[in-house]
Design a protein around this ligand. Structure first.
Ligand SMILES: *Cc1c(COP(=O)(O)O)cnc(C)c1O
Length: 399
């Protein structure tokens, strides 16, 4: 018998679940784009984007996904041949490095593997060797969505400052914004990028680049930027069309207005962070219980460096695809695939799956996902420790 009919749940780390009211806010005829209600509404989005990033700088909005803002951010601050340093902790750090390479930067990667956070001592050593300050930017992924490791952006600022190194600190918060605490000003990120389809609870289609005055000063001497990507015309208060360098994404802006209202003006950003922490903790408690017999294991052992938005799980290459298939076909839940976790024995990263708990997610969704994974483990005869869902329920009961 198939119990997968009913509402499906895409529990992958982006696109995340879009609230019905955000969908409804976008469901409208195209408005006048030259003036009036759309233009007035759009003005209210910029201060709220700064509030969600804890930034007092500027923010440019692009029609694009995460890959687009990788290039948007880099093209605004670099010149051809500039050196950048990328301490990578998974597939997305490596992807950011590739974007820099593709734009003509001279990229050095410090690869911390797939199960560890950025080590500040190794970062310090690499920056110390750069005596003549040829490195113009350090590119860091806050949460690497492939490994589910969370890096310490404030500590990276500390390393740069202690050495007096002037490189810009660029943070990719695509998977962490509005999920994990992030404080752009206080933590000293000069540039931060994010996109609409994760913690911001929107469909893919909008990308964002926040930048401070230091980054803007470097921008003025950088030569990679082209007119479309230039953040100046998008943020200098000129004509409305210049904010998007063309037709504005009108419906998407209405959706974003709604999601920012939910995050900032209804639940509150601190509460959003706490909810993600509580739900992540419940998820981890269940995974620990399942892992008692050793088959299931969280990719990141230390909870202090785990993302609160996504959890990467190791289960063995012969079991991962079967479990993902079972929960999708029999229970209506789609789990994330392994990304960039290939080994010689597991060339397709089959032994890894990911559970998203980002954005518009509450206790019943987390308990539901855990419950159907538990059912799948039983149906497939995959050995697992007992009491996992109960442990998660106990944690949620104690919140
Ligand atoms: C999702 C993600 C990206 C890529 O975003 P796309 O919209 O798929 O291009 C980049 N970095 C991180 C950390 C992400 O989570």
């Amino acid at each position: 018998m198939n119990l997968g009919f009913g509402r499906s749940y895409l529990a992958i780390p982006g696109p995340s679940v879009v609230p019905d009211r955000v969908l409804r806010a976008m469901h409208r005829a195209s408005p006048n784009i030259y003036g009036g209600a759309l233009v007035e509404m759009a003005e209210t989005i910029y201060p709220d984007l700064n509030a969600v990033a804890r930034s007092s700088g500027k923010v440019a909005i692009y029609i694009g996904n995460g890959h687009a803002v990788w290039e948007a951010s880099l093209s605004n601050i670099l010149s051809r041949g500039d050196r950048v340093l990328v301490p990578a902790t998974g597939n997305f750090g490596l992807g950011f490095a590739e974007a820099a390479q593709g734009l003509g930067a001279d990229v050095s990667v410090i690869d911390f593997g797939r199960r560890a956070a950025i080590d500040m001592n190794r970062l310090e050593d690499a920056l110390k060797r750069d005596r003549d300050h040829r490195i113009k930017a350090v590119l860091a992924v806050h949460t690497d969505t492939a490994t589910s490791v969370r890096n310490d952006i404030a500590a990276m600022r500390g390393v740069l400052d202690a050495l007096g190194h002037p490189a810009l600190l660029v943070a990719d918060c695509i998977a962490s914004l509005a999920c994990d605490r992030f404080e752009m000003d206080a933590w000293g990120a000069d540039v931060m990028i994010s996109a609409s389809q994760k913690g911001l609870m929107m469909p893919p289609g909008l990308g964002f680049v926040w930048f401070n005055d230091r980054a803007d000063a470097q921008h003025r001497n950088a030569d990679l930027v082209t007119p479309y990507w230039n953040w100046t015309s998008r943020t200098d208060g000129g004509d409305f069309w210049r904010k998007f360098h063309g037709t504005p994404p009108a419906q998407q802006l209405y959706g974003l207005r709604e999601s920012l209202d939910m995050i900032l003006h209804e639940e509150g950003l601190e509460n959003v962070w706490q909810r993600h922490h509580a739900l992540a903790s419940a998820m981890w408690a269940a995974l620990e219980a399942w892992g008692q017999d050793g088959v299931i294991e969280m990719n990141i052992a230390d909870p202090a460096i785990r993302s609160h938005a996504v959890t990467t799980v190791r289960i063995g290459a012969d079991r991962g695809p079967a479990l993902r298939r079972w929960v999708e076909e029999n229970a209506g839940v789609t789990l994330g695939i392994g990304l960039g976790m290939a080994t010689d024995e597991d060339p397709a990263s089959d032994g890894v799956f990911r559970i998203a708990h980002m954005g518009h997610v509450n206790a019943h969704m987390v308990l539901g996902v855990l419950g159907v994974i538990d059912a799948g483990l039983k149906a497939l005869g995959i050995s697992h420790g007992s009491g996992a869902v109960e442990r998660a329920a106990e944690l949620i009961a104690g919140v």
